[in-house]
Design a protein around this ligand. Structure first.
Ligand code: HEC
Length: 129
């Protein structure tokens, strides 16, 4: 019995440091990355851009704005009725499931499935002005 003790102690130390290392790795990977989000936004920019006649409403300043709020864009009745504020949870759920989040809206986009892409593009939108 006496002779087994050091082995137990050593394996506890290994397990302990492994979980500390896992935390250190997990934290930066989970943080949203606006730079990366800018690249993800290229998908959105096909419709959301500064062109003369873009398909979608301009998303500059969208973070914190009410849905359907731009005077110079003709939204669908569904988007006009949505009555959302584009905060982090609403943007994330809309980007993931545009059609079920705002039923009947006219954004011809299936949504993004990768949660890291969603986090990053929302981080980018927060600073998009
Ligand atoms: C193929 C074109 C297209 C793409 C791609 C697209 N959108 Fe849209 N988006 C639209 C259109 C059109 C609307 C207006 C919908 C309506 O009025 O029903 C819209 C509306 C929105 C709104 C509401 C804006 C407001 O002023 O209320 C947000 C937010 C939005 N899109 C985010 C995104 C993001 C983020 C992406 C990329 C991940 C994206 N969209 C990709 C066409 C697109």
């Amino acid at each position: 019995m006496q002779r087994q003790l050091p082995t137990v102690l050593i394996s506890m130390r290994i397990l302990g440091s492994a979980s500390v290392a896992a935390c250190l790795v997990a934290t930066p990977a989970a943080a949203a990355d606006a730079e990366r989000g800018k690249a993800v936004f290229q998908t959105c920019a096909a419709c959301h851009n500064d062109g003369a006649n873009p398909l979608g409403p301009n998303l500059k300043g969208v973070y914190g704005r009410k849905s359907g709020a731009l005077e110079d864009y003709r939204y669908s009745p569904a988007m006009m009725r949505a009555n959302l504020v584009w905060d982090e949870p609403n943007l994330k759920s809309y980007i993931a499931y545009p059609q079920s989040r705002v039923k009947g809206n006219r954004m011809p986009f299936g949504g993004i499935t990768d949660s890291k892409d969603i986090d990053d593009v929302v981080a980018f939108l927060k600073g998009y002005k």
